[in-house]
Design a protein around this ligand. Structure first.
Ligand code: NAD
Ligand code: MG
Length: 389
């Protein structure tokens, strides 16, 4: 039996989501390397309880305070502390009970607890790209200051991170983020105008949470990832490129200044970048299916259709202008996706909503964290007012 103290202690924020559940699968396959210390969920109390009974964490947090009683009672026989509410997320993130946070909450809600963990110098396995989209400058500065390593979980950024091993002194000419193109690759506005929620949720290569699935269908996901990449790898906006690669085998590439290109490849399975972030700098073995170069025999690449998928154009504008514009884009997009998922607006309306909100909210060149929160709130209110949510 290995010494318990040698295990990496993991806190999974957003454990009931797609990334959270896959992180738990990886941990379950490697019980000698990791222990689960914290689990958090917003609404899904049943799954949170099931996970807690299986992994025996030190602490669980349920976001919805109405569900506290049920979770507390279900875990009553175990020495597991139960907390509820938004504030508890920040408090638990600040506690010295874990080594690494898997930041797998979706959306702006992930920013605050992740900042608390960074302030404590915790290692962050970062799935929540919105944290960097909203406030990348402040987040990265704080991480440097507090010596908190940020390990990307997003598959494209994990690919870039893996390609950078051994290249610390070498200059990047550009990075090329690959995009599958989503379920509507090749479609035009006359088709997209009629797209409904259930169709948009069906991604050809990846199985993910609802918000990122819609973001993938609109290409906003790739836009958010461009901004995420700028902050993670300290790049200039024009060093970040996107290419459509429908097979999702090449997860992204770096071109160095000698013209040499490095890529990281594999089957599209989020467990791989999740495992790499958890076990870094080690690679650990697994028995998952391997890519076979004979099928699919063709790897293809094409330019994104930014005339049809205008979210990519809007995100590129936010990437270049910076300040609070990426935060505004993100907030408006969260409202737009929320409304689309409830059949309140159409597929193409999402882009219009983001564009109008970006035009409306006053620009701030170097926002403070408080100003980012204010911009987020203003953008949400304005976007919601356009659709009378
Ligand atoms: P999901 O919707 O499946 O899960 C989200 C998790 O966050 C759930 O556990 C939920 O309880 C929790 N949550 C939701 N709202 C919350 C709130 N207001 N406060 C606290 N907790 C809340 O999402 P997902 O697909 O797992 O994605 C999580 C993050 O990882 C996103 O930022 C996404 O962009 C990123 N990501 C996901 C994938 C993927 O394959 N799913 C890939 C790359 C990056
Ligand atoms: Mg990605």
């Amino acid at each position: 039996m290995p010494n318990e103290s040698l295990k990496k202690r993991i806190a999974i924020f957003g454990s009931t989501g797609s990334v959270g559940r896959q992180a738990l699968e990886v941990i379950d396959e490697n019980p000698t390397l990791f222990s689960v210390e914290v689990l958090t969920a917003q609404n899904n109390d049943e799954l949170l309880i099931e996970q807690a009974l299986h992994f025996n964490p030190n602490i669980v947090v349920i976001g919805d305070e109405k569900k506290y009683g049920h979770v507390k009672q279900a875990l009553g026989a175990r020495p597991i502390k139960v907390f509820a509410g938004e504030k508890a997320l920040d408090e638990v993130a600040s506690m010295d009970v874990y080594d690494m946070m898997m930041a797998a909450i979706v959306g702006f809600a992930g920013l605050r607890p992740t900042m608390c963990a960074i302030a404590q110098g915790k290692a962050i396995a970062l799935a929540n790209k919105e944290t960097l989209v909203v406030a990348g400058d402040i987040v990265m500065k704080k991480a440097l200051e507090c010596k908190a390593p940020i390990l990307p979980v997003d598959s494209e950024h994990s690919a870039i991170f893996q390609c950078l091993v051994g290249e610390t002194r070498n200059r990047i000419e550009k990075i090329i983020l690959t995009a599958s193109g989503g379920p509507f690759l090749g479609k035009k506005p006359n088709f997209l105008v009629n797209v409904k929620r259930d169709h948009a949720l069906q991604h050809p290569n990846w199985s993910m949470g609802a918000k990122i699935s819609i973001d993938s269908a609109t290409l906003m996901n790739k836009g958010l990832e461009m901004i995420e990449a700028k902050w993670l790898f300290n790049l200039q906006p024009d060093q970040v490129k996107v290419v459509i690669h429908p097979q999702s085998i090449i997860h992204s590439m770096i071109m160095f200044e000698d013209g040499s290109i490095k890529s990281q490849m594999g089957l599209p399975d989020m467990k791989l970048p999740i495992q790499y972030a958890l076990s870094f700098p080690r690679r650990i073995p697994n028995t998952w299916p391997r890519y076979d170069f004979r099928k699919p025999a063709t790897l293809s690449f094409e330019e994104p259709d930014t005339k049809t998928f205008r979210n990519l154009t809007l995100a590129t504008e936010a990437l270049h202008k910076g300040g609070n514009l990426p935060c505004v884009l993100n907030a408006a997009n969260e409202i737009a996706v929320f409304a689309f998922l409830r059949n309140r607006i159409g597929f193409l309306d999402m882009t219009d909503l983001v564009e109008r909100t970006m035009q409306e909210i006053p620009h701030i060149e170097h926002p403070t964290m408080e100003e980012y929160f204010d911009s987020d709130g203003e953008a949400r209110n304005f976007a919601a007012s356009l659709i009378k949510l």
